[in-house]
Design a protein around this ligand. Structure first.
Ligand code: PMP
Length: 452
């Protein structure tokens, strides 16, 4: 490909190989070089590439109809998809219905609006803020970015953003309270209560959290009891709890939804990425009957929606993806193979001192880098370590996802490893081999500074 292209890429002068085709967990570029899709793109391509069943579903649907608008028609595909989601074990028990959108950011925006509308319908219009955590990512649009505690993404746009995030993350590796679980008594949870008291529950519609913090924290898994405590605080102060499962949902963590790990049922759930495994854009806001009932009785409509909401092509694809996941028992496989991946990476970390922490659940694993293993001091920002690791791994044939380590506001170096749920143990070994070679090369190239 010539140097000058008219496509605006994330880094205007960056180097991007041209993807030619994909098969299973592999992507091939135009020179036929093979890459392991070790992050499923952006934790999205969760059943791998070119799966015949999905292609067939796409073609079948495209032959039926190109588009219908949601206020003019419903479709069998959208209805069946909503039913399938509603009948999933954890979701069924909470009696949720689906509102379809096209991206995780839209799902967050929709969740915010529905939470605010829920209180309006009950004559409480001042309950109109949604609060979140200072290490989080809920999307790139203005509303969802307002909720996201990630300073690099917010910095240029603060004039447009509401100053919403409020509390610290349950980041045990670098506890914001310098405490240790369980003697900490979950101070990270208590902070929510203090924030509510400071702002006033009469101004707060909902609290939103990623069950496991993704891009802004490289897979921060909270300690046991955290979400139970959070939900209790929310209930005590009449605040809705929104779980952002855009990254963690649909099997990624070894359960269909990550909140199943803690048995805590949110009032609203957002889904994206894995819903269509990247084959088409679709996302969803799942709303519990508790939240929907007053809207049903009040203004009778959700004051949000997009042209492509519930479009039949994406609905058909998502349906086929969910069926594929079910038929191939990929959620159970994610649990088993995820444990293997985590164990192997933790073993490998013992030989690589720039790895400070390896953490995860299922096939969602974060690796945090430190300049000094003992003090946990992070690398200097100008070394741009994360991007160097990602670029070198790519050159060696492995794609991994650049993340922030989780230091408040999204600082520190880290990557996410999140291969398709279809990966097997030999392929995991192959992934780890390349990752290890990458880190050994990086480690030799950076000064591990003991003076920190
Ligand atoms: N929420 C979470 C937890 C995410 O990880 C992401 C995407 N990384 C989003 C929301 C935004 O999704 P999208 O990029 O599809 O708008």
């Amino acid at each position: 490909m010539s140097e000058q292209t008219f496509l605006i890429k994330p880094l205007l002068d960056g180097h991007y190989p041209t993807a030619k085709y994909g098969k299973g967990i592999y992507i091939y570029d135009d020179t036929n070089k093979q890459y392991i899709d070790g992050s499923s793109g952006a934790v999205t391509a969760s059943i791998g590439h070119a799966v015949p069943e999905i292609i067939e579903a796409m073609i079948k649907q495209a032959q039926k109809i190109s588009f219908v608008y949601r206020s003019q028609f419903t479709t069998e595909e959208a209805e069946r998809l909503a039913e399938k989601l509603s009948r999933m074990e954890f979701i069924k028990a909470g009696d949720y219905s689906s509102f379809f959108v096209n991206s995780g950011s839209e799902a967050t925006e929709t969740a915010m609006k529905i939470a605010i509308q829920y209180w309006q319908e009950q004559g409480k219009p001042t309950k109109n803020k949604v609060i979140s955590r200072w290490t989080s990512y809920h999307g790139i649009t203005i509303g969802s970015l307002s909720l996201s505690g990630h300073s690099e993404r917010r910095r240029r746009f603060v004039s447009l953003l509401d100053d919403l995030p409020t509390i610290s993350a349950p980041y045990c590796y670098r506890c914001p309270f310098h405490a240790t679980y369980p003697s900490c008594q979950l101070q990270c949870g208590s902070e929510l209560e203090s924030a509510i008291q400071r702002i006033g529950a009469e101004h707060i519609a909902a609290f939103i959290a990623e069950p496991i913090i993704g891009a802004a924290g490289a897979v921060i898994v909270p300690p046991e009891g955290y979400y139970k405590y959070i939900k209790e605080i929310c209930e005590k102060h009449s605040i809705l709890f929104i779980a952002d499962e855009v990254m963690t949902g649909i099997g990624r963590t070894g359960k269909m939804l990550a909140m199943e790990h803690w048995g805590v049922r949110p009032d609203i759930i957002t889904l994206g990425k894995g819903m269509s495994a990247g084959y088409t854009p679709i996302a969803a806001t799942l709303v519990s009957e508790k939240v929907l009932a007053p809207i049903r009785q009040g203004s009778k409509m959700i004051m949000s929606g997009h042209t492509y909401s519930a479009n039949p092509q994406s609905a058909a694809v998502s349906l086929a993806v969910l069926e594929y996941i079910e038929q191939h028992q990929l959620v159970a496989k994610a649990e088993e193979n995820g444990q293997y991946l985590l164990n192997e990476l933790q073993k490998m970390a013992q030989q690589i001192p720039i790895i400070g922490d390896v953490r995860g659940k299922g096939l969602l694993v974060g690796v945090e880098f430190v300049a000094n293993y003992f003090s946990k001091f992070p690398f200097r920002k100008d070394l741009d370590l994360t991007n160097s690791v990602v670029a070198l791994a790519r050159d060696k044939g492995l794609l991994i996802y650049p993340a922030s380590a989780g230091i408040e506001g999204g600082d520190g170096d880290a990557v996410i490893i999140s291969p398709p749920l279809t990966i097997n143990k030999q392929e995991i070994d192959q992934l780890i081999k390349i990752f290890k070679e990458t880190l050994l090369d990086i480690q030799n190239g950076v000064m591990v500074d003991d003076s920190y």
